[in-house]
Design a protein around this ligand. Structure first.
Ligand SMILES: NC(=O)c1ccc[n+]([C@@H]2O[C@H](COP(=O)([O-])OP(=O)(O)OC[C@H]3O[C@@H](n4cnc5c(N)ncnc54)[C@H](O)[C@@H]3O)[C@@H](O)[C@H]2O)c1
Length: 439
């Protein structure tokens, strides 16, 4: 099948390349000329394991191409995926739908004949209906554009696997729409492998995505709230999470107490969900998400507070190493990153902060140019008075406390992700703190 993918960021570039991998003919479209030039040149402009190989293979076999030209996109295919950003609006909690609307405004007047736009961006419930009205008002006489919603559940770091073998496919359609049949063709490989294929109305499909993210955020903040109680009582949140996680109604995943969630999705998605509930006159339904957000943000403050205590009450003049800048391992995404937020706060309180991340250095430098960036873990650790493990990259999990201890000024560490072997680090003479534990 021929298709375009409009917006070639983390979601769109992955979707475009993976659809070509599944034998479709794909044209990726973006307004960012540098991004398109990079993708055409077989360079993924962000870190995503496995994606460079898929991109290169499909550029070479001719199934994949990229453009900034909407006219080319309009002529190329009758099926279009929309994956542009829906960031938080400045000054409010609501999602900014400017980019999503812009795509419809720029694409639809160029379309001839029957077209389907599958929205993949995460949007407030009701957006697809509004976009359908917008498309109806812009489409050429005699042509027709159908809007369907096909939310994306990929995880950065596992995006290729999640796109090629998703755990479920959700398609929201209007009554009598042709989108379901088209989606079945697009996802034929996954459907043949018994992947659950769920067809809903538009509103349900939009809500599935934000509800999933709200649930995940709530689960993380739940354990982090319990961590606060553990800190007050001498209990251990890691042992507690193991114990409750054995209950298969609860499950151990997403019960990792620590610095909490960040990134380009969960924080803005729960806020947009609350904002939308307010617009719908149902704000009470989601006020608990405000608390989920606050618990999450408090963990960042807690790490800064612990750092201060471990530095004798003041961070002034202390050298602090922050290991990690990405919002999670296996990604270079620093959007709303807890690690960078902590690094920034430590710096603002007078510490000399040295940051190292295996993949996110360039992005981190752009967001926080005032921090200093080391070129390796070892360089970052030199002469540190305190180390903060803020993103749980394998490289940091594997750190040898003796080797690290030989480089720092003082053996003191905060395990912000509860991933280090406490006994081993303590045996090597490290003073250690972690979230939700009394070490
Ligand atoms: N990143 C993820 O893991 C993920 C997962 C699921 C859902 N989502 C959702 O997918 C959407 C995109 O997220 P992302 O992380 O890929 O964002 P991103 O910022 O990496 O990519 C968005 C892209 O859209 C492009 N764009 C903006 N306006 C455009 C226009 N008018 N025409 C063409 N391109 C345009 C931008 O240049 C950019 O390349 C968001 O709604 C997000 O919530 C993201």
């Amino acid at each position: 099948m021929r298709m375009t993918v409009i917006g070639t960021g983390y979601l769109g570039a992955t979707h475009a390349a993976c659809m070509a991998e599944l034998s479709h003919e794909v044209l990726g479209v973006d307004v960012d000329e540098a991004k398109i030039a990079s993708l055409k040149d077989s360079k993924v402009p962000f870190f995503e394991p496995g994606l460079p190989e898929v991109l290169e293979r499909n550029l070479e076999n001719g199934r994949l191409n990229f453009t900034t030209d909407y006219a080319e996109a309009a002529a190329f295919a009758q099926v279009h995926f929309l994956g542009v950003g829906t960031p938080q609006q400045k000054g409010t909690y609501a999602a900014d739908l400017t980019y999503v609307r812009q795509v419809v405004e720029d694409l639809v007047p160029l379309l001839e004949g029957e077209h389907i736009i599958f929205g993949k961006s995460t949007v407030p419930v009701g957006t697809a209906e509004q976009l359908q009205e917008l498309a109806d008002s812009l489409v050429k006489p005699g042509s027709h554009v159908e809007i369907a919603w096909n939310p994306e559940f990929l995880r950065e770091g596992y995006a290729v696997k999640d796109t090629i073998t998703p755990d479920r496919i959700v398609v929201g359609v209007r009554e009598g729409a042709t989108a379901e049949a088209i989606a079945r063709e697009v996802y034929a490989t996954a459907i043949a492998a018994d992947t659950p294929f769920l067809v809903t109305d538009l509103a349900t499909a939009e809500l599935v995505k934000v509800s999933a993210n709200a649930f995940l955020a709530t689960k993380i903040s739940f354990i982090n709230a319990v961590a606060e109680i553990c800190e007050q009582t001498g209990a251990d949140v890691v042992a507690l999470a193991d114990a409750i996680g054995h209950d298969d109604r609860i499950g151990r995943k997403f019960l990792g107490a620590g610095l909490g969630f960040g990134g380009g999705c969960l924080p803005k998605d729960i806020r947009a969900f609350m904002a939308r509930a307010g617009e719908l006159g149902a704000d009470q339904a989601l006020t608990f998400l405000r608390e989920v957000d606050s618990i999450n943000m408090r963990r960042r403050d807690r790490v800064v507070q612990l750092a201060k205590e471990m530095c004798g009450g003041s961070l002034l003049g202390k050298r602090v190493t922050v290991l990690g800048a990405a919002f999670k391992p296996n990604s270079d995404d620093v959007r709303d990153s807890p690690a960078l937020s902590v690094a920034g706060s430590l710096s603002l309180q007078g510490a000399a902060v040295s940051v190292y991340d295996p993949e996110a250095m360039d992005n981190a430098r752009r967001v926080f140019p005032t921090l200093s960036y080391a070129s390796s873990t070892k360089e970052a650790l030199i002469d540190a008075h305190l180390v903060v493990l803020a993103t749980e990259w394998q490289e940091f999990r594997d750190l040898d406390p003796e080797v690290a201890g030989g480089v720092v000024e003082k053996r003191a560490i905060i395990d912000g992700r509860n991933v280090l072997d406490v006994a081993k680090w303590k045996a090597a003479g490290w003073e250690m703190e972690a979230l939700g534990r009394n070490l």
